[in-house]
Design a protein around this ligand. Structure first.
Ligand code: NAD
Length: 369
């Protein structure tokens, strides 16, 4: 969905209309202390999320949006969602009247994130939207503007921001354990099966960088705590078997951060590649791999001790979290933000930055987004 100037002015008018409406139409603190989520799109990731919410302390599933009524009714029965809280893509705007729905979880193909986030905001619902936030920078900006205007929260589903081992890696680096960080490298990819929306640029926005490379890009930002200022990018396609008619198969990039850290990354839709990052510092190194899996993420580090005689410190830790624990942490964080009126750790602005950097990498590679 492309957001035009006219859409922005419509949003403006809608904002004024919203303020004229009784406040009870809009998201309020729920009575039972649990935030009610309406899940939009009932595919693979939605299943992880719904199971995760079921295990959470402060969230519940209270609505569904689907193009397949039978499937939605089956899932509704599983999660105790009344049939009256099942919507189609066409009539989902009616959820504005549904007080059991406080927030939505947007689990649709990438190009649909902007439209459904904006429609949900218009319905007065807080939005947890899957990554990548959108397929263009202007869509991401429009999503942030709509949520601000409607005074609802917007969070992007960067589940690793809530993963204890990723957080431990960040803390070790911030505490100077491996000294001055010089370079980072990482990669993530898989061998994509044909005939899926991920291989259709109109729905995906682009190739593997949007889908899996974004984890590597985002990790280099949270590991350094900096925003990149220079970009290189190069793309290639090796398998001319019809899968990559609308997008590239492989992408590699380098980000230069203000401190001088260089982070190189790659992603592919042509090979199975367990996600990893490696951080090299003046006193040692730290790596995670697998790092983007739903369970079993592993952190290893090896760095100088505190004094010349101290032995080197060696860390090798594997997460005991079982899927869908990462999604439970993510949902609980967003629900807490809704309940306590706080800003999420990964708000819309975080997703927007990744969209800007993806655009910069594509520009450097000579690819139109
Ligand atoms: P999926 O194909 O399994 O599910 C997509 C859902 O959208 C399906 O229910 C499908 O019916 C619906 N849909 C509606 N209109 C559609 C259309 N025109 N074409 C195709 N499907 C349509 O996809 P998924 O793997 O669940 O991915 C959904 C989103 O979640 C994507 O943005 C993806 O990047 C993100 N995702 C995030 C993670 C994570 O770990 N955070 C993992 C996988 C996917």
């Amino acid at each position: 969905m492309r957001i035009s100037r006219r859409d922005f002015s419509r949003l403006g008018a809608m904002g004024l209309a919203a303020r004229a409406l009784p406040s009870s139409s809009f998201a309020e603190a729920p009575g039972d202390g649990k935030v009610g989520y309406c899940v939009i799109g009932l595919g693979v990731i939605a299943d992880h999320f719904m199971r995760a919410v079921q295990q959470s302390s402060n969230s519940k599933i209270t609505g569904l949006v689907s193009g397949h009524r039978d499937k939605a009714e089956r899932i509704a029965a599983q999660y105790g969602v009344p049939k009256s809280s099942i919507y189609s893509y066409e009539d989902m705007d009616k959820m504005r009247e549904n007080k059991t729905i406080d927030a939505v979880y947007v689990a649709l193909p990438n190009s649909m994130h902007a439209e459904y986030t904006i429609r949900s905001a218009k319905a007065g619902k807080h939005v947890l939207c899957e990554k990548p936030m959108s397929t263009t920078v202007s869509e991401a900006e429009a999503m942030i503007a709509a949520c601000k205007l409607m005074q609802v929260k917007l969070m992007i589903g960067y589940r690793l921001h809530y993963d204890p081992l990723n957080l431990k890696a960040i803390k070790l680096i911030r505490d100077g354990a491996i000294g001055t960080v010089e370079t980072i490298n990482g990669a993530f990819g898989f061998n994509a099966k044909p005939n899926q929306w991920r291989l259709n640029k109109a729905l995906a926005g682009g190739g593997s960088l949007f889908d899996v490379g974004i984890y590597v890009l985002n990790a280099s930002r949270y590991l350094t705590g900096e925003e990149p200022v220079k970009f290189t990018g190069v793309v290639s396609t090796i398998d001319h078997d019809g899968r990559f008619d609308t997008m590239e198969e492989n992408v590699s990039w380098t980000l230069k951060f203000p401190s001088g850290v260089l982070a190189t990354g790659s992603s592919t839709y042509g090979a199975q590649m367990s996600g990893y990052f490696k951080v090299f510092g003046s006193k040692g190194n730290l790596e995670m791999g697998p790092v983007y899996d739903y369970s079993g993420v592993r952190l290893r580090a090896n760095y100088e001790g505190n004094s010349p005689d101290a032995p080197r410190v060696v860390i090798d830790e594997t997460s005991q979290d079982q899927d869908p624990a990462q999604f439970t942490r993510e949902a609980e964080h967003f629900s807490e933000c809704v309940l306590k009126n706080q800003t999420p750790t990964s708000p819309g602005e975080e997703g927007l930055r990744d969209m800007q950097y993806i655009q910069a990498i594509y520009r450097a590679a000579g690819v139109n987004m």
